[in-house]
Design a protein around this ligand. Sequence first.
Ligand code: NDP
Ligand code: 13P
Length: 155
Amino acid sequence: MPFPQKAFRSVVQAAKAWLRPEQILVSTTKGIEQEGFLLMSQVLEQETGFSHIGVIAGPNLASEIADKQLTATVIASADSLTRTRVQQVLGCRYFRVYASDDRHGVELGGALKNIYAIAAGMAAALGMGENTRSMLMTRALAEMSRFAVAQGLTR
Ligand SMILES: NC(=O)C1=CN([C@@H]2O[C@H](COP(=O)(O)OP(=O)(O)OC[C@H]3O[C@@H](n4cnc5c(N)ncnc54)[C@H](OP(=O)(O)O)[C@@H]3O)[C@@H](O)[C@H]2O)C=CC1
Ligand SMILES: O=C(CO)COP(=O)(O)O
């Protein structure tokens, strides 16, 4: 399910009639729903009630994967069938798929890091140097950790 966050729920609602509970639903979408502060896998759960739900997060830029550049990703799900099937189906010589059971942590990290990615882009455009970029990344990691703890995550 790779849609911009704002369209995510409406696309799932529109697709619902064609989905079956035995199917595996995986979100690649980064973002947090404004109303209710839900992550996209939680929207999938809420809308479908299915049990095979996971998220994929990179560093994964689609164009580089299409160029077959060496890339690693993670499939995160509490459901072992989802983890194993996605590893089998997507893994190949240039695309290594790691598995994690920490769906919430992986998804929250994926959503939050794009905020700092925008800040890093702005810093580069303003001609700021490596010190600034390193400071941004270091402080981003600290802030994301504090945010995750405040959300009740422990690792
Ligand atoms: N691009 C990348 O490399 C990666 C992106 N992501 C994440 O995936 C998500 C989507 O990104 P990306 O694929 O680049 O985004 P795009 O803007 O390319 O959107 C993907 C597709 O979503 C459909 N879409 C867009 N708006 C709507 C809408 N309002 N209603 C229904 N369908 C819509 C479009 O279909 P149509 O063309 O038919 O309009 C489009 O092809 C983001 O959260 C991003 O962070 C994650 C990993 C990598
Ligand atoms: O959000 C992204 C590009 O829009 C890429 O996200 P990941 O690299 O975490 O998959």
